[in-house]
Every structure is written in structure tokens, then in C-alpha cells.
Design a protein around this ligand. Sequence first.
Ligand code: AMP
Ligand code: TRP
Length: 342
Amino acid sequence: MTRVFSGVKPTGHLTLGNYLGAMRQWATVDQYRADALFCIVDLHALTVDHDPARVRRLSRQAATLLLASGLDPERCTVFVQSHVDEHARLSYLLECVATDGEMRRMIQYKEKAARERRHGSVRLSLLTYPVLMAADILAYGTDEVPVGNDQTQHVELARDLAVRFNQRYGHTFVVPRATNPVVAARVMNLQDPASKMGKSDDSGPGIVYLLDEPDVVRKKVMRAVTDSGSEVVYDRESRPGLANLLEILAACTGGDPEKLAGAYDGYGTLKRDTADAVIEVLRPLRERHQELCADPGYVDGVLREGAGRARGMARPRVDSAYRAIGLLPAPEAEAVALDAAR
Ligand code: AMP
Ligand code: TRP
């Protein structure tokens, strides 16, 4: 069976972009057709200035929202990255395969490092982040990585590292590939359609959070910036604000942005319909989230079991990577204990 792995970073409240660009496909398609793992990648949240209590809170919230979005722990594995040591173990080996030039070429690094540098310094982990992401993917023999297209370059790197490791040290890793959802692969900020709707930014009015109340969602959509001109046409280049609304509406209703454009003669009705569609898509998710919050023991149990299962899958492959690259196999635990007792 195809192995699928994807992850979400607990750096902010999850957004409509996360849902339409990733989570919805995980819940409605991927968990049924594949052997799928979904990971709250908390180690990745430490690559920029962070508040420990907030990361903890957001990790738990992300886990709860993944389950609320319909991931079924009987069908797929939901777990927290830091609960499985194999990610960090493998990341170091892959740092010995990747080059610094490769890291510095990553678009997301360039963008984020520039931003961080303005406030002070850039954590080294921001540079090596894509290697840890490659470790996340390769540890599980992943075939497919469903992500929004902002992550395609990172998955390409994971491919390159897998191929290079296999060539140098013998076949160890499956070479993964990225898969993108068809519509709304990139949901843009409602106030700034040139940048993606990202949870780590704090420009609240342009971002629809999954837990926003319906009237807040409506307000944000109604105030979305649109482009000059009044005719409704779908053109990403010259009318990015409008195109974003059409894509969101299409993603929520299963329509086609180009066809939808023809059905509207003004921005007002388009915005109203888009707001309604988003509210309806988020309604069941919010309801289920509330139920799950009332039962934190359940979420803990899912994460405990998920980590156990994930560890069992990752361990053998990471162990064989350690041997392949030239590290001496660790003596058996019992032998070490015996020696110590002697
Ligand atoms: P992140 O929020 O960066 O941890 O991303 C989690 C997943 O959601 C990744 O697969 C991203 O590609 C996807 N994603 C995040 N923001 C957006 C967005 N605005 N549009 C589409 N996909 C997104
Ligand atoms: N870097 C991804 C993002 O920002 C999150 C992520 C980390 C991930 N590890 C992963 C996604 C492994 C897919 C597979 O969205």
C-alpha cells in the first residue's frame, strides 16, 4: 500500500489555507487510499523565536483539529514529532549528505531568514529545517507527501537526499514525491493576495482561522481586498484578490473558479456566497473540536498510540541507515547491562 506522510507545524492557529491546502485532502482522500501518517511537527516550531507554553498549547490544538477534521486514528497514524526520536536521529545523518549550498538555496529559508534577521538573529535550525523535514519523510519509507505547493521545493530536497544516500551507501530510502490538491493549493491572505494565508503571520484580518466564529469569518471575507474594476473575471495575474475569492469558493463548493466567475456580476454577492461557503465548510469541524476538547484523555490516548506505532515503523529504517553510513552497531542493551554489572 502507498505510504503517505505529512505534517503541520504548531507555530500558529490553523487556517483555512491549512485546511483547503492540506488537511481536507488528508481526511477525505489520503487516509482511505493509503497507509498514512500525520504528524504535528513540533521540532520545526523551534526554528524561529518561540514561546514554550504557546508551542505546547498549539501542538495540542493542532492534534485536536486534525482529529476534528476527520482523521480517524483507526485508519491513520496521528502523532507528535518530538515523541519519536527517530526524526532527530535521522536528521543528523542527512545533514552529512546535504550541502550548505543546497540549504541556502531554499526559497522559504531566504524569505524567513530575511524576516528574522530584521528582528535580530537567525537560528541555525532555520537553515537545517528542510533536512529535518526530509528525515520526517524518509524515516517512514514515504511514497507520497501531500502538501501545499509552498512545500514542493522541500520535498524535492528530500528526494535528492534519498537518491544521494542510496547511491553512496546502498539502497536504504524510498524516493518520495509531493502531491498537491487540485484547487486552492495556495490560499492567499485576504488583505494581501500576494502572500499566502499563513498561520505564522499575525495579520489577523486577512486570515481565516479554523476556530473563528461564523460572524468573524463573514466579516473577514466581506472585507477582503478586491482589485480595481468591477467585472468578475478569473485572472490570477491581474486580479489576484478576486481570483483568491473565486478559488476559495470553488474549493468549498467543489466548483471551478473560471466557471464561477461567469455566474457573478458583482463583488458583493460573490463575497457573500464565499463567506457562506466557508462558514459551512468549517461548521462541522468547529463542532467536533468542541466535543474533543471536552475529552482531553481521548486526544492524549490517540497521540500515545500514534507515537508507538510511528516509532515501530521508523526504527528499523533509521537503524539500517546508521549501519549503512558506517556507524558501528550499538551493542545489545542486555550486553551493556551485563558489562556494567561486572
Ligand atoms: P504549515 O502551516 O506551514 O505548517 O503548513 C501545513 C500544511 O498546510 C502544508 O502542507 C502547507 O503546504 C499547507 N498550507 C499552509 N498554508 C497554506 C495556504 N495558505 N494555502 C495552501 N496550503 C497551505
Ligand atoms: N515544512 C512543512 C510546512 O511548513 C511542515 C512539515 C514538516 C512537513 N515536516 C514535514 C510536511 C514532512 C510534510 C512532510 O508546512
